[in-house]
Design a protein around this ligand. Structure first.
Ligand SMILES: Cc1cc2nc3c(=O)[nH]c(=O)nc-3n(C[C@H](O)[C@H](O)[C@H](O)COP(=O)(O)OP(=O)(O)OC[C@H]3O[C@@H](n4cnc5c(N)ncnc54)[C@H](O)[C@@H]3O)c2cc1C
Length: 191
């Protein structure tokens, strides 16, 4: 418990977003709180299709952005789509740098064309096991980095907020059936 209070940042959830955020915050001290065991009960481990990124010469982040906006029929956040589609290649490069092995043929990414994409731009990892493989690799990498304290089997029940700022979380330690309030006065809390 003491290590939680020594963290700079508290992250809730151990899907791809929680794990990637925790990894990218190195060397800041991070506590990652998650409902079950690491990576369990997450959509991330179920993701099969793969990761979309404009990686070919004929494709571009701009075309990826336009396809995504068109497919969402006005429901998506344009700024978020712009950031995600423009950063996708950098993220793929980062994942390769930490050892993720995307499926390749003669050194080129194996790409599939899915849903509303106009070009082949879906990268896979171990075929249709992309999410499962990625989550387990990120967990392995996160554990090796040594700056993250993992707190498993803890469910966040309530967010304590004032002036639109999160000051703490109310958590249930599932196995002990214990409700505890954790206040983090100097922490950033990410969900
Ligand atoms: C079947 C399926 C297939 C998919 N296929 C693809 C695909 O091919 N390509 C693609 O890009 N996307 C795909 N998606 C979508 C993609 O999986 C999600 O957008 C992505 O995984 C979301 O990641 P996340 O880390 O935000 O959330 P999640 O992976 O869902 O992680 C949430 C984390 O928060 C934890 N948590 C939840 N509530 C609490 C709580 N109260 N207290 C503590 N911890 C809590 C969970 O246990 C989990 O660890 C698919 C989704 C599904 C379900």
């Amino acid at each position: 418990m003491e290590s939680i209070y020594k963290s700079d940042v508290v992250i809730v959830g151990s899907g791809i977003s929680g794990l990637m955020t925790a990894i990218s915050l190195y060397p800041r001290k991070v506590t990652l709180v998650t409902k079950r065991k690491l990576g369990e009960m997450s959509s991330s481990a179920w993701a099969q299709g793969g990761i979309a990124a404009a990686v070919t010469k004929e494709d571009s982040p701009k075309k990826h952005f336009e396809d995504t906006l068109k497919a969402s029929s006005g429901l998506s956040n344009e700024e978020a789509v712009k950031t995600i589609t423009h950063d996708a290649l950098e993220v793929v490069k980062f994942l390769e740098k930490i050892g993720v092995q995307f499926d390749k043929n003669n050194g080129e990414f194996t790409l599939s064309k899915e849903a509303a994409h106009s070009y082949r731009r879906v990268l896979k990892i171990n075929g249709d096991q992309s999410g499962k493989y990625l989550v387990s690799h990120l967990i392995q990498h996160a554990k090796q980095q040594g700056h993250i304290t993992f707190v498993e089997d803890v469910s966040v029940d309530h967010i304590i907020q004032k002036d639109n700022q999160c000051h703490g979380i109310m958590v249930i330690f599932i196995k002990m059936k214990l409700l505890i309030i954790l206040f983090f006065f100097n922490h950033q809390i990410l969900f």
